[in-house]
Design a protein around this ligand. Structure first.
Ligand SMILES: NC(=O)c1ccc[n+]([C@@H]2O[C@H](COP(=O)([O-])OP(=O)(O)OC[C@H]3O[C@@H](n4cnc5c(N)ncnc54)[C@H](O)[C@@H]3O)[C@@H](O)[C@H]2O)c1
Length: 366
């Protein structure tokens, strides 16, 4: 199979979908890997490293899309890439289609096989290809929250850990999954006063245990969210309903009750956001202020730390990419029900029911 790895073109996205070790693994399985010139530069991986691993470097991205049976990317295809997609081509990347009707319609129209990293799901319900990036985003969210709270950024001027004689900030994390738990460990580590909410008591029990009681765990419902948000200096939105739009748990009215200059880092913005006032921002202009609350809503947070993120992502994607290349997508999906859950669109049909429901399309499972 010919595997194509284009350079990411999303604003400020510096990750790349393959490392030299990944190239070696594909080449070792008798596949051809085409990597776009300078695709890895943002992650500190130079073309020579790919060439040494057996990749061919292509200066022309059109050639990559034309020749490749499977395109491996990091972020969803963007407008300039739409005309390059070919019927029957496998596109293996993050897609987050439930929040993007235009892209969903384009992938249907192009009759590609769109396999989304974020909906590949293990039997225990966990998402192995979202997990590493959720871990990065969760850890980063506290760093970004601290930035939002700085006075020069419109924040209330609160230092997360406080100092002797001045109490620490109150951090409220909604969603105690991978991102929420990662945010929690950094927030606790930095010395903030942390509360975390979830609808899953098992997750709350787990977090309570690993944090040895250094946090408050709260069952999530509209009343508990409202109360926690009102008293928070920093709110982290980290909920997920796999394959669906994020529930809008935080309302504009709740923000109005927060202290001016408080902050909201809505990690779930890539699924539409968990707050009524959230809209996506970029690394160049990451924040805006509404109802006096500084919002940070970057949809590709791990792009801020591309080197860590590239290695963490490719550690997780490689085995599935190899499976698709070695067997072809149909056989690979037939053999592996976990991978099958990743198929969102195939040959003009929406095959993921969460995505179909989001837009009122018919769901035709693979
Ligand atoms: N912005 C970014 O760059 C970025 C990067 C990685 C992940 N994400 C997003 O972060 C979010 C969290 O991802 P994750 O991997 O931690 O997911 P996860 O499945 O591990 O955790 C999500 C948690 O949300 C909980 N939840 C669902 N509904 C809830 C509710 N009403 N109230 C409270 N909790 C609720 C679930 O029980 C679960 O524990 C996702 O939307 C994901 O797409 C964003």
């Amino acid at each position: 199979m010919i595997i194509g790895v284009p350079r990411e073109i999303k604003t400020d996205e510096k990750r790349v979908a393959i490392t030299p070790a990944g190239v070696s693994a594909f080449v070792g399985n008798k596949h051809v890997v085409l990597v776009e010139k300078d695709a890895g530069v943002g992650s500190g991986i130079l073309d020579d490293a790919y060439t040494a691993a057996g990749a061919q470097i292509c200066a022309d991205v059109k050639e990559i899309w034309e020749r490749a049976d499977m395109i491996i990317k990091v972020k969803e295809p963007l407008e300039p890439e739409f005309p390059l997609m070919r019927k029957g081509q496998v596109i293996f990347t993050y897609l987050h289609l439930a929040a993007d009707r235009a892209l969903t319609e384009k992938l249907i129209q192009k009759k590609v096989i769109a396999i989304a990293y974020e909906t590949i799901q293990l039997d225990d319900g966990t998402l192995p290809l979202l997990a590493p990036m959720s871990e990065v985003a969760g850890r980063l969210s506290i760093q970004m929250g601290a930035y939002c709270l700085e006075a020069k950024n419109g924040g209330s001027g609160i230092l997360l850990p406080g100092v002797s004689g001045v109490p620490p900030a109150k951090v409220v994390i909604i969603g105690a999954g991978i991102a929420g738990a990662s945010a929690c460990s950094v927030a606790v580590g930095i010395g903030a006063r942390v509360s975390i909410l979830d609808i899953n008591p098992a997750r709350l029990r787990y977090i309570h245990d690993i944090m040895q009681g250094h946090i408050s765990t709260l069952m999530s419902n509209p009343a508990s969210v409202e109360q926690a948000v009102a008293g928070a200096d920093l709110v982290i939105g980290a909920v997920l309903i796999p394959g669906s739009r994020a529930p809008k748990l935080i309302t504009r009215a709740m923000l109005k009750r927060m202290r001016r200059g408080s902050a909201l880092v809505d990690i779930a913005i890539d699924q539409g956001g968990s707050c009524e006032t959230s809209h996506p921002t970029t690394h160049t202009n990451p924040t805006y202020i509404e109802e006096g609350v500084v919002h940070y809503c970057v949809a590709n947070m791990p792009g801020a730390v591309p080197r860590t993120s590239t290695y963490a992502l490719t550690n997780a994607t490689l085995q599935y990419g190899l499976d698709l290349a070695n067997k072809g997508w149909e056989r690979a999906v037939k053999d592996n029900p976990i991978l099958k859950k990743g198929v969102n669109i195939a040959e003009g049909n929406v095959t993921h029911c969460g995505v179909a429901e989001a837009f009122g399309f018919k769901c035709i499972p693979v």
